[in-house]
Structures are given as C-alpha cells and as structure tokens.
Design a protein around this ligand. Structure first.
Ligand SMILES: C[S@@+](CC[C@H](N)C(=O)[O-])C[C@H]1O[C@@H](n2cnc3c(N)ncnc32)[C@H](O)[C@@H]1O
Length: 465
C-alpha cells in the first residue's frame, strides 16, 4: 500500500515479489492478495465510510500510513469475511508496528464504529452523503461502487454512445470491482488448446474451462500460469479474451485489392505499431506464421520492446521482427507498405480497471488531452503506412469516447482515403459463440459486465486509395 502510494508502484507488480520474499504462499497469499487489491480498488468506498466514523475529523489530516491501516481494516470488516474483533485488533497491532503507539486508540475507535453497521447500511449512508438531494444517481453510484465521479460519468457516456442503456452503469462499475480470472491464450500453431488443457490439468490439478468467445482462450480455475511450461516457452500466455478477439479480428478483416493487384489481395506484411509488452504481437505473430506473413512489432520504450521479444519467442524465426522506435514515424518511413496494421494505442486503461486495482485513483481527466493527440498521430501514421486496400485496427483498452469514437472520427474526417468497416461482422466471424449486445456497429465495444472481458474498443479502417 505504501509503495503504491509513495512510489507510484503497480500493486500487481509489487505484491507477487513481496509474497515470494516473505515466503507467503497458498491460502495466505490469496488472503494477502485480496486484502491488498480489494482495499486499493474499494478505497473510495472505504474512505467515504471512514469519513463518517472519525467524529468530523477530515481523513486528509491523518498520517497516510494510518489511513492505509484504516482502509485495510475496513476492507477486512466490510469486504472480507474477517470477524470484526480480529480485524480491529490486527489493525491496532499493525498501526503500532508501522507508526508507533500514538494512533492505536484512533484506529481502534474508528474501526469499531465501522463494524457497528453492515455493508448495506453503509452503502445507503455514503450514497446519501454523495447525493444528499437524490438528484445525482451517478454521484451516488460512484461513491458506493468506488469510482472517481469523472470516471463513472465517462463510463455512463460511453455506454450510451455505444447503444447500451445508461442504467447498466451500476453493473459495469460492480464488474470493475470483481477480480478477473486468469485467461490463457493458446497461440495458434505453437500449442493447441487441447495440449494446453492437458498441461494445465497436470500442473494445477484442475482442468481449465474454455473461454466464452475466443477459440484460443482457456480460463484457469486456480494455479499460477507462470508454472506452465507452455507459458514459460511463450507458446501460450496470459491474455484477456477481449485482447485476443481484437487481434483475431484484425487477422480476419476483409482486405481490398491493391490498385495494380491481380488475384487474391496481398497479405504478407503486418505491423503492430504499439506492441509492448507483446500480448497481441505474439498472437498476431503466430497467426502471421500460419499465413506465411511477416510481422513488424514496433515499440517506443526499449524495456517494453524487450518484453515483446520474450513474448514472441516461440514464433518460428523469421516471422516477427521487433523494432524499437516511435510509431509516429512509420507512416513517413514506410508509406503504403503494410497489409494489416494494429494500433493498440496508449490510453487511460479505463476498460481494465478490474485488473489494475489502483489505476482509477491515479488517472485524471487531464490525461485525456495528451493521450488524445498521441492517439490521433499514431492512427494517422498507421493509415499512412498501410497500402491501398489494407486494414488498420484501432484498439484501446478504454471505452472513453474521447479515446475511441472521437479519435477515429477526427482522423477519418481529415482524410479522403478511408472506409470505416463494420467491425461487428468481422468480430462475430472470429468468436466461438456470437457476442451479445454489439449493436449496429461500425465499432465494437466490449464490456466487463456483459462479456466478462476488459472494455476493449475496436474500429476497423480500410484504405481506399
Ligand atoms: C496499450 S499498450 C500496447 C499493448 C500491447 N499491444 C499488448 O497487447 O501487449 C501501448 C504501448 O504503446 C507504447 N507507445 C507509447 N507511445 C508510443 C509511440 N509513440 N510509438 C510506439 N509505441 C508507443 C507504450 O509504450 C505501450 O507499450
């Protein structure tokens, strides 16, 4: 908690190392993980509860480590089935250990007050505090479902823009508060789904279940994916089904002929413009190999380019080239060169909040402006790098309309060489069972509450000349 707050660390990177270092495994590791991630995710909800238990003392006046102890205690009492007396006494002991005896009395009093009411009553109370006149249902939901209000409003706007009812917001926010299962991808041609099922069963003791939509997906019921030989060899990897689907959709999108083309359109040269850490590049690389195509995987950050190299290690040599460079230059450096291009743009990640417990509290609306320019530039560069008849997939793991619809529409409006394809048809052609609720298109917006995936956005754009 302290590292996340003080050094902007990512909980899902810090915690596994700490657990290893302290020799914590099995049920204790699962408990510690739920304690840390749950507390971070539900911080907004717990702060609202704690604020009603401090006798008017503002939370900001508390030392940050004391506030963290209170949040951890509140999560044990209201979010985990820890008996209140145990949660209170452990929290008092923790406060003594990390901050000295001073605040132990306060921690004791505040957490006893938290324990006096069940979660349902607290949700009523914090909802009323956030929306005293009963006129702002989004503010109420933001408080009870622990999201910053600006994010709750942006998600509501995106539901509506994508043809979903606004009153699904509560379900969407609740889905963001539910830790996802680990999903594996069996990279085609590198390991079969059946082989991966057998291997998973051997190593974890339980059979995984098939993914709901992606024909390459398996959902783990337990165990650590890093223990699986296929994952260590990079023939398989952990990858959300939504991420798998957008890569499969790009590979399946209908190409047009090049102006001088005869017979089947060329499909030999693929580009992943923003490839790090390499989940989609590995799936695209496997698919490219099956099709006899080549993939250039580009990434601006050298350390992330190294991760891409590791991720594509099982794809037979000669299929994937990893390049470190700015994707904004590729359109000028290689105009009209590629048949299929993935732009998995840097974004706010508001579609993957369930995966990154602290990220909702770190993001600000100001992030959108800088990212928006970069997203437009990367998409324009990708279109310049695409041949006539070639297809670009513009993808974000954010459903925010400013990063999705608005970016695509701005870039397309400024050019006269782009056809927006119906991505829903292509998407439905790659799924094992039809995806519900995709609407009329042309874009695909996936949703955690509806599809159990991250909220990935996909637009497919074809160059007309
Ligand atoms: C959403 S992530 C891509 C995830 C990746 N496609 C995957 O599936 O693993 C966006 C990536 O774009 C990279 N990036 C940011 N600015 C870039 C630029 N100007 N050119 C190329 N890549 C860039 C970031 O470093 C980050 O690795």
């Amino acid at each position: 908690m302290r590292q996340v707050a003080e050094s902007d660390a990512y909980a899902n990177l810090v915690l596994p190392g700490l657990l290893r270092e302290r020799g914590i495994s099995g049920r204790d590791a699962a408990f510690a993980t739920e304690l840390a991630y749950g507390t971070l995710r539900l911080r907004g909800r717990y702060d609202a509860v704690l604020a009603l238990c401090t006798n008017g003392r503002p939370l900001e006046s508390l030392d940050a480590p004391v506030l963290d102890v209170l949040r951890l205690g509140a999560h044990q009492i209201l979010g985990m089935r820890v008996p209140s007396h145990a949660a209170v006494s452990e929290s008092v002991a923790l406060a003594r250990a990390v901050t000295g005896p001073g605040p132990a009395g306060l921690v004791n009093a505040v957490l006893r007050a938290v324990a006096r009411r069940p979660l349902e009553e607290w949700l009523e109370a914090i909802g009323d505090a956030a929306d005293p006149r009963g006129a702002d249902a989004v503010a109420r939901l933001a408080a009870t479902e622990s999201h910053p209000a600006w994010i709750a409003r942006a998600l509501r706007q995106s539901l509506v823009a994508n043809g979903r009812p606004a009153d699904e917001l509560g379900e969407l926010l609740a889905a963001d508060n539910t830790a996802p299962h680990v999903t594996l991808v069996a990279r085609p041609g590198l390991v079969s789904v059946d082989e991966l099922v057998a291997e998973t069963e051997r190593h974890t003791g339980t059979a995984p279940r098939a993914g709901r939509w992606s024909p390459c997906a398996l959902v783990l019921r337990g165990g650590d994916p890093a223990d699986l030989p296929a994952v260590r060899a990079a023939a398989a990897g952990a990858q959300d089904e939504g991420s798998q689907l957008v890569a499969l959709a790009l590979a399946a999108a209908p190409l047009g002929a090049a102006p001088d083309g005869e017979g089947a359109p060329a499909d030999a040269s693929w580009l992943d413009l923003c490839a790090g850490p390499g989940g989609k590049a590995a799936l695209l690389g496997a698919l490219a190999h099956e099709r006899g195509a080549h993939l250039l995987a580009n990434e601006v950050a050298p350390h992330r380019a190294r991760l891409v190299r590791r991720s594509v290690a099982a794809v037979p040599r000669g299929t994937v080239e990893v390049r470190t460079g700015d994707g904004r230059d590729l359109g000028t450096d290689h105009p009209g060169r590629f048949d299929r291009v993935m732009v998995d743009a840097p974004c706010t990640g508001l579609g993957a909040l369930r995966r990154r417990p602290e990220s909702r509290w770190r993001r600000t609306p100001e992030d959108l402006a800088g990212l928006g320019n970069l997203q437009r530039d990367l998409l324009s560069s990708a279109l310049d790098a695409t041949r006539t008849g070639g297809v670009v997939a513009y993808v974000t793991c954010s459903p925010h309309v400013a990063e999705t619809h608005v970016v695509v529409e701005d870039v397309v409006r400024r050019r006269d060489d782009i056809e927006v394809l119906d991505a829903t048809t292509t998407m439905q052609s790659v799924t094992a069972t039809p995806l519900p609720g995709l609407g009329d298109g042309p874009y695909v917006q996936l949703w955690p509450h509806l599809h159990g995936t991250d909220a990935m956005f996909l637009a497919l754009l074809r160059k007309t000349r």
